[in-house]
Design a protein around this ligand. Sequence first.
Ligand SMILES: Cc1ncc(COP(=O)(O)O)c(C=O)c1O
Ligand SMILES: [Zn+2]
Length: 387
Amino acid sequence: MTSFYLECGACGSMTDPIPLAALCTACGSPQLVCYRTVSAGSGPALRDTWATRQGGMWRYRELLPLLPGEAPVSLGEGGTPLVPLPRMGEALDLKLLMKDEGGNPTGSFKDRGLSAAVTRAVHDGAQRFVLPSAGNAGVALAAYAARAGVPATIFIPVDTPKAVFDRCAAYQADVVPVDGLISDCGTRAAAHAAETGAFDLATLREPYRIEGKKTMGLEILEALDWRAPDAVIYPAGGGTGLIGTWKALREAAALRLIDRPVTRLYAVQAAGCAPIVRAWEAGHDAAQTWVDARTAAWGLRVPSARGDGLMLRALRESGGGAISVEDSEMRAEARRVACTDGLAAGIEGGATLAAAARLRERGDLAAGETVIVFNTGNLGNYGRYTG
Ligand SMILES: Cc1ncc(COP(=O)(O)O)c(C=O)c1O
Ligand SMILES: [Zn+2]
């Protein structure tokens, strides 16, 4: 028996994790990991245990899918700073902090998810990997697959910055440009998996990437001395980070690591590709595919997400919401935070700041609240921020 089991996020079916677990066999929805070994009583003691450990996200291994004695496939991911933005915060009358994920091994938060997923898949005997990606996840898989010594094929939209292809190639991954969006890459990846037996690590198709992403939430709570912030604003594409943060808050509350998961979660999307915002505003619990998706924030160019229902549930249950912003606003805010607070944000980071300003304006964020924004990838990440 492993220390964790899987629970379907839609139908609630519970199973022991089969090797190379993917979607729920009963209903085809994403599955989430639940932990058996940690009880509420032992929760507070975990804070002390974790405080004595060095390093990145695997410090939280009691809440990660790792078997006893198992070494993760790791490049030192996680442990990123929660950087106060005093000037941006003052302008908005908020206590604003940015979780800066740019310092991860390949320059984005995607490393966390891929470290967790590759760890499990390698243990389960995966001989090759395949992934559809908007860009950053592809680079992350290329790195972690190289680390694990397992070949990887990555399908990426052809108009993704060339540097992404170069980075994947540098790790000796097989990169296939696709004339289409990430959804088309998903179709190609699934066909490739069927043909070759490669394990498909697409967002939320397997249950472990989200566990890695969840550690962003744990790190935020720990940095705030285990007090839940008032609000978190997340740049949502496939949604693993948003769902992961929601899961972190719920697990932390269940284990009494925090008093209550009071944090409101907000998703920000690009005005040119906002399926979750549209569904949220219509009061739906699932999203329709966005036709003609366009945004320079290629991490957010996700016209349909397998995690739509879970994202909408996270927004609803946390009392948060969803908002879209224009590319021009994202760029302006990325530029602003660089010169006011010295933080070099990617365009998706700019999106979370633009959303903070709008949410403050419309009264969703109250004066003096503690608000976390994310910089999911770094400026040096292929020079995507062109000003
Ligand atoms: C920099 C960046 N931010 C945000 C996202 C969206 O992340 P998620 O799939 O967790 O919603 C991506 C996805 O590619 C990304 O690369
Ligand atoms: Zn199910």
